[in-house]
Write a protein that binds this ligand. Structure first.
Ligand code: BJW
Ligand code: ZN
Length: 274
């Protein structure tokens, strides 16, 4: 992070390039029809939620997402995985959407044909006011029975739902008892998509449909290494869309996109969507 900011802040050429790219995108947005946005963890970074592949603290230091975000990891060590999610649930509830999220909510209000696709599970787009969000990887604030009987969200009033999130407040200090489904006795698990699991069918179908018919496809804050989400910008490009990336770093997409804007979501999006 420090390295990126230093580069941009002290580099007049980079600032000028960024300014031109922002003006270019603003113009394209004004004259275009169908707009599709794909977001990743980077859009929540300025809210204080660590990204997956940049993070240097806590569990993130010791485990790769591929080691914890799997059904096998949960079956092997449910307490560790449950605690990891309980801590993240608490973290998400303690932060606010940032100006990047609110700019995207503003964009939705202005356009008649707009689709917001997110890989994020933190619910911050909805909290910022986005109404129609395709959540490709589920939602951190929901849990479900491993065998599919029930699903509960944080804030649901039923005693069973409250019991599911009972241990969250003490998850940092204690080894929690992983809650069980009151119907079948199987474990409850976070309602997120782990590696090797299928994405929610309707959401991914709609996302590909939107990518295929997009005029302008905006990719914000994703490393674009996790599939099938990473295919969406390429699909849009193949189908003739203008594809614009907003990211402080290069990604595997950077060489393919029409326009790359080097900067953070919270800084660039409010300047594009004024
Ligand atoms: C900023 C910023 C700022 C920083 N502003 N930017 C085809 C090819 C190869 C492999 C596969 C393939 N198809 C499927 C696979 C396997 C696998 C996969 O993709 N593996 C790869 C690692 C190689 N995919 C799957 O398994 C998927 N399922 C599937 O395909 O089902 C079919 C199937 C069934 C059976 C067998 C095989 C296939 C499921 C993927 C589920 C991903 N789940 C996770 C965890 C969710 C739950 C949780 O939160 O714990 O989703 S993994 C994690 O990565 C999370 C994220 O949504 C996802 C993407 O990460 P993201 O958002 O891009 O974050 P980062 O950290 O990587 O990047 C942040 C970016 O932000 C960086 O670029 C920064 O520079 C930038 N940034 N600050 C803007 N302020
Ligand atoms: Zn059950």
């Amino acid at each position: 992070m420090a390295r990126r900011h230093r580069n941009r802040d002290n580099n007049p050429d980079a600032n000028r390039r960024q300014g031109r790219a922002i003006a270019d995108l603003r113009q394209r947005l004004a004259g275009t029809g169908r707009v599709v946005v794909l977001t990743g963890a980077g859009v929540s970074a300025e809210s204080g939620i660590p990204t997956f592949r940049d993070a240097q603290t806590g569990y993130w230091q010791r485990f790769r997402p591929e080691d914890l975000a799997t059904a096998e990891a949960f079956r092997r060590d449910p307490q560790t995985v449950w605690r990891w999610y309980a801590q993240r649930r608490a973290a998400v509830q303690g932060v606010e959407p940032n100006p990047g999220h609110t700019a995207l909510a503003r964009l939705e209000n202005r356009l008649s044909e707009f689709t917001l696709i997110t890989q994020n599970v933190d619910g911050l787009h909805a909290r910022a006011g986005s109404r129609r969000v395709l959540e490709l990887h589920g939602n951190l604030l929901r849990v479900r029975c491993f065998s599919g009987c029930v699903s509960y969200s944080v804030g649901d009033g039923s005693p069973d739902a409250r019991a599911a999130f009972d241990g969250d407040s003490s998850a940092a200090e204690t080894v929690p008892e992983v809650p069980r489904c009151p119907h079948c006795g199987d474990y409850l698990r976070p309602d997120v998509v782990w590696f090797g699991e299928n994405l929610p069918e309707q959401a991914i179908q709609r996302a590909f449909g939107a990518a295929e018919s997009a005029d302008l496809f905006l990719v914000v804050g994703t490393s674009a290494v996790v599939y099938p989400a990473a295919m969406l910008p390429r699909t849009a490009l193949d189908c003739g869309a203008t594809v614009v990336e907003i990211n402080p770093d290069r990604t595997p997409l950077s060489t393919f996109v029409t326009l790359s804007i080097r900067g953070t979501a919270g800084e660039v999006l409010p300047r594009v969507i004024v």
